[in-house]
Design a protein around this ligand. Structure first.
Ligand code: ADP
Ligand code: MG
Length: 640
């Protein structure tokens, strides 16, 4: 029971919700009520569950889903009318929906915002036109027979001819679909979709591949619209193209907004329930003003509850009973930690045949320049510290400006290597080109001897490069803990996460516990369940570093960690960076502050106008006359 109240065990709520949804079948045999329940309850819930993953998850607004729904209904109808079993009707509908989803999903990869919405709207119109044409073509020119008669599903000995049985059937299919869509929001895959929605560039530096994420969400929503189409096809005995209107796509989106965009269960369920009520009121009391009523109710809901009915519920005491994803993750993290200690969240990955790996197997090591002295039972050995990251002759121009112009340097394993230089000298551009967010005009990037130059950003991230940004790039739509968890990829494939297998749930608890431990170590623990956008500037910088570090990258690129921070935060930041080095991380840090550099740097590379002008240990570099010239003007004695 405490689990139930604490919100970590949620299936009893699901069962209760399902039971409530089934009650109408016990109470009424009225065909009108059941029709409302089937069409606007169950069928809408399925469509909205898919749309919620697409629009709420990835932020891609589709106004063409009625096209997918209608195509699927027709594909299912033709198969059903041929006398084949219902399951084949559903398979045909979902297959057609996936094919169509792929067609509109592709433009969605390039377009966004209003362009995407209008493209999908045009597609929806086109699909409906094509559907009305097919039966005419089939029936011969001049014929207007556009009606397909589809039989009801047969489940063994039961034929679902009555509306009551069909209602139960639809609800029993809708429930697992809503659950699947909910699982998306409760998984690493779902967080990745939201990361893509909030910032594609930052998402790709976390190893997230944008194309599969966007296309996957599109196909998921198409598949659900397809299943809904199959249910619709065998529900309406006389399926006709007139049943589908382009504006139905808009109604889907409105219903979702009314339910609560990105609310995993409330979005589709309350959206569908709200649609039933609106359609009932409209058809019963306001026949001539149905559209007006819908518009007014929609405006009222968004004015008083911008996050829909789901958001409204979360402002009531129900919130304590049913905490959201963020709060539940924190609770389950705390619980997981009570049972078994998480491994250190910032321990670096094994970087191969280098000194840190030797240390990791339990030998003691002492570093000295390019070699590490390792005390081994068989005697002292010297291990060469391998170059971990190497950039060769990197060139990158923007317009006429050569942001970097033939930059070479080597970052040694276990070092904090600082890139220093005046504003506009090309430091951030170096990081962009190393992590793959910007393509170099020429030159090469090697990590552990592997050439990464032709790889996209997400592949470089997977190869072991992580970064933070000069202008912080958190995902504001997620909580602090969810942001921190994004660094830690799941071992499980997306379809397993969709099913939320035992292993997936256990991994979620484990990753939440690790991320929470890191947040606590860096003074962010108490904010774990708050929105990332609630944090102060300094806290955001720390969170971004935590997110990158929890990838356990081979090399961590940090852009201006102390810029804009007050002295207290600068001290915490320096401590965090030192802790990362102590845990075996290799860092490439862009930094201005000389005292921070003196505290942190093993090696400093100085850039000026895109060219390396000095390199070496910090003390020597600060005395270098060329560096002094750049910072203090020609002839100045030394840096402040
Ligand atoms: P730093 O980080 O050292 O301050 P940057 O690498 O940000 O310098 O910038 C180096 C030069 O490249 C500047 O002249 C800047 O205006 C230009 N630059 C950097 N990024 C872009 C971009 N995305 N588009 C156009 N110009 C850019
Ligand atoms: Mg910069």
């Amino acid at each position: 029971m405490t689990d139930l109240v604490a919100g970590t065990r949620r299936w009893p709520y699901g069962i209760a919700l399902l039971a409530v949804a089934l009650v109408p079948a016990l109470l009424t045999d009225n065909p009108y009520y059941l029709r409302l329940g089937i069409q606007y309850g169950a069928i809408y819930a399925i469509v909205l569950a898919g749309l919620n993953v697409l629009i709420g998850g990835t932020g891609q607004v589709s106004l063409g889903h009625v096209g997918i729904f209608a195509t699927a209904a027709y594909a299912g109808a033709y198969v059903g009318a041929a006398g084949l079993p219902w399951i084949l009707t559903a398979v045909a509908a979902v297959t057609a929906a996936l094919a169509v989803g792929l067609v509109i999903g592709f433009p969605a990869l390039r377009l966004r915002g209003a362009y995407l919405a209008l493209t999908t709207l045009a597609f929806g119109l086109l699909a409906i036109q094509l559907i009305s044409a097919i039966p005419r073509v089939l029936a011969g020119a001049g014929a207007t027979a556009t009606v397909v008669d589809v039989p009801r599903p047969v489940l063994g000995p039961i034929v679902l001819t009555g509306n009551r049985g069909y209602y139960v059937f639809c609800i029993l299919l809708a429930a697992p679909m809503v659950a699947l869509a909910r699982n998306v929001f409760w998984s690493q895959s779902g967080r990745q979709l939201q990361a893509v929605r909030d910032h594609e560039g930052a998402a790709s530096t976390l190893g997230i591949s944008i194309v599969p994420a966007k296309l996957g969400a599109f196909l998921f929503s198409a598949a659900l619209a397809g299943l809904a189409g199959a249910l619709y096809a065998s529900f309406d005995p006389l399926l006709s193209p007139d049943n589908f209107k382009a504006e139905d796509s808009i109604t889907f989106v409105i219903a979702l907004l009314v339910g609560g965009l990105a609310a995993p269960v409330a979005g589709p369920v309350l959206g569908a329930a709200g649609s039933i009520v609106l359609v009932y009121l409209g058809q019963t009391y306001f026949r001539s003003y149905q559209a007006l009523l819908t518009a007014l109710v929609f405006l009222a809901i968004l004015a008083f509850a911008p996050r829909g009915l789901g958001g409204l519920l979360r402002r009531t005491p129900l919130r304590r009973l049913l905490p959201g994803v963020g709060e539940t993750l924190v609770q389950s993290a705390a619980k997981a930690r009570a049972t078994d200690a998480p491994r250190s969240p910032i321990e670096a990955s094994d970087t191969g045949a280098d000194a840190t790996a030797v240390v990791a197997v339990g030998l003691s090591a002492r570093e000295n320049g390019d070699t590490t002295t390792v005390a081994h039972p068989a005697g002292t050995v010297l291990v060469e510290r391998a170059p971990l990251l190497e950039v060769q002759d990197l060139v990158k121009s923007y317009g006429g400006v050569r942001a970097i112009d033939g930059v070479d340097f080597l970052v040694k394993s276990g070092d904090i290597h600082v890139l220093m230089g005046p504003n506009g000298s090309g430091k951030s551009t170096c990081l962009d080109v190393i992590c793959g967010l910007a393509a170099a005009d020429s030159g090469r990037v090697f990590l552990c001897g592997n050439d990464l130059t032709s790889m996209p950003a997400h592949a470089r991230a997977r190869a072991g490069i992580a970064r933070t940004f000069q202008e912080i790039r958190l995902f504001p739509g997620m909580t602090v803990l969810e942001n921190a968890m994004l660094g830690n990829p799941s071992r499980y494939r997306a379809w397993r996460q969709l099913l939320r297998t035992r292993g997936v749930a256990a991994e979620e608890r484990e990753h939440a516990a690790e991320a929470l431990a890191l947040l606590e170590a860096w003074g962010l623990g108490e904010f774990a369940s708050r929105a990332a956008s609630d944090l102060s500037y300094g806290q955001r910088k720390m969170l971004e570093l935590a997110r990158a570090a929890s990838r356990r990258p081979r090399v961590l690129l940090v852009d201006e960690p102390s810029a804009g921070l007050n002295p207290r935060w600068v001290a915490s930041m320096v401590e965090a960076l030192q802790a990362l080095r102590a845990a075996g991380h290799t860092l490439l840090v862009v930094e201005h502050h000389q005292d921070v550099i003196a505290d942190l740097a093993d090696t400093v590379t100085v850039l000026d106008s895109g060219v390396v002008i000095a390199e070496g240990p910090p003390a020597a570099v600060q005395r270098d006359p060329r560096v002094v010239d750049v910072y203090l003007g020609p002839g100045a004695a030394r840096l402040p």
